[in-house]
Ligand binder design. Structure first.
Ligand SMILES: Cc1ncc(COP(=O)(O)O)c(C=O)c1O
Length: 394
């Protein structure tokens, strides 16, 4: 009789044969504009550390100081072991930063989605989800047991049509969209989504993972970018990208946050963020509130990279944010491209199906405020060298 666990070897072998087995590079130092891998420095063009805060001395210091005062761990879930005043301080700061009445912090952006969809939409309810929404949204919708209907990516006619078709059904209706779509860098058409939602009496939730620290005044996010304060019911976010740390948040009305505290399972059944995470996040919000210098630098860098890549003949899609997808085409070609970049000192990962549609495999170049102009010029030079050698550009 076959050993019951052999299915794993078979599946892993299949993934290897089909080029779908991922290997992960090991960094011997911190995240930054440059990273160290196996003792060698590489230009880092693949992290979401948008503002370069992951290794900022102010953020590091706050984490160290608060470890000395509070230790490290939260002890248990907040509803059992109590909550630290630190967590409440972070939530207050986040709500102020986002211009919302209140905010709740959870363990990650993924958990933010798990806190929202299954709590607000239950069996008998309907969720309307953009077809390119992030995997954590998809999983959260599945967990909710509500019926989930996908609308074509950013297609407002389709969203309206699906809502209209189901308008007479009982149950709550919730629209969920990514704020910034991370593989292409396009921005959700939130004002139109809000208008459709208002027409059909639907709740609007936006996952602003790639908008936080990027869009809006001083990086206050997509709701601020479109000045939609008070008209978007739920803002989900992560502190793993622009904040440079880890953690998720949900911002909105006081009653929404009260409801999530009582009912959201990541709050009830998983322990709170650790002290260094909370401390570092507090420092990160303070830095963003103090000045919009890093956000401006990020946009300058993103615009420069896109313009230069385009000049050299690369297809950079239609990103509206600093995310710069460099479309290569076939999965194997994108992987080879990434490997050659690495041989030439540039760390930029290939993104292939199923994360992006077949035939649109790409290198997603991610700039940060920590990159200097010289860093970007070095990256562009290597992209052009590899692009020419592989016939991607002339
Ligand atoms: C839209 C979106 N939501 C959620 C997440 C998950 O965030 P975290 O890494 O904090 O769990 C990501 C990160 O890739 C994301 O892009």
């Amino acid at each position: 009789m076959a050993v019951p666990m052999t299915f794993m070897n078979e599946e892993l072998d299949r993934m290897k044969r089909e080029g779908l087995y991922g290997s992960i590079r090991t960094l011997d130092g911190p995240q930054g504009a440059w990273v160290q891998i196996d003792g060698k420095r590489y230009l880092n063009l693949c992290s979401n550390n948008y503002l370069g805060l992951a290794n900022d001395p102010r953020v590091r210091k706050k984490a160290k100081d608060l470890i000395d005062k509070y230790g490290v761990g939260p002890g248990a879930v907040r509803t059992i072991a109590g909550t630290m005043d630190l967590h409440l301080e972070l939530e207050k700061k986040l709500a102020e930063f986002k211009g919302a009445e209140a905010a709740i912090v959870v363990q990650s952006g993924f958990c933010g989605n798990l806190a929202v969809m299954p709590t607000l939409a239950v069996e008998g309810d309907l969720i309307f989800s953009d077809s390119l929404n992030h995997a954590s949204i998809i999983d959260a919708c599945r967990l909710s047991r509500a019926k989930t209907l996908r609308y074509e990516h950013s297609d407002m006619d389709d969203l309206r049509a699906v809502l209209k078709e189901n308008a007479s059904l009982p149950g709550k209706k919730l629209i969920i969209t990514d704020g910034v779509f991370s593989m292409d860098g396009d921005v959700a058409r939130l004002p139109e989504i809000v208008a459709v939602a208002e027409e059909f009496g639907a709740i609007v939730a936006v996952d602003d993972a790639h908008g936080e620290g990027v869009l809006g005044r001083g990086g206050r996010g997509i709701v601020d970018h479109f000045r939609l304060h008070g008209r978007v019911d739920v803002e989900i976010g992560t502190m793993s990208k622009a904040f440079g740390v880890m953690g998720g948040m949900v911002a909105g009305s006081a009653v929404l946050v009260d409801y999530l505290r009582q009912k959201a399972r990541p709050n009830l059944f998983s322990s709170a963020l650790t002290v260094p995470d909370v401390a570092a996040n507090i420092a990160a919000v303070e830095i963003m509130e103090e000045s919009d210098e890093l956000v401006k630098k990020l946009w300058d860098n993103g615009n420069y990279l896109k313009t230069e890549m385009k000049k050299h003949g690369f297809d950079v899609g239609s990103s509206e944010t600093p995310i710069t997808p460099v479309i290569i085409g076939e999965a194997q070609a994108a992987k080879d491209f990434s490997a050659r970049l690495f041989e030439n000192g540039v760390f930029a990962t290939a993104i292939v199906f199923p994360t992006v549609p077949k035939g649109t495999a790409r290198i997603r170049a991610m700039v940060s405020a920590a990159h200097s102009r010289e860093d970007l010029d070095k990256g562009i030079e290597v992209f052009v060298k590899v692009g020419k050698s592989m016939g991607v550009v002339k």
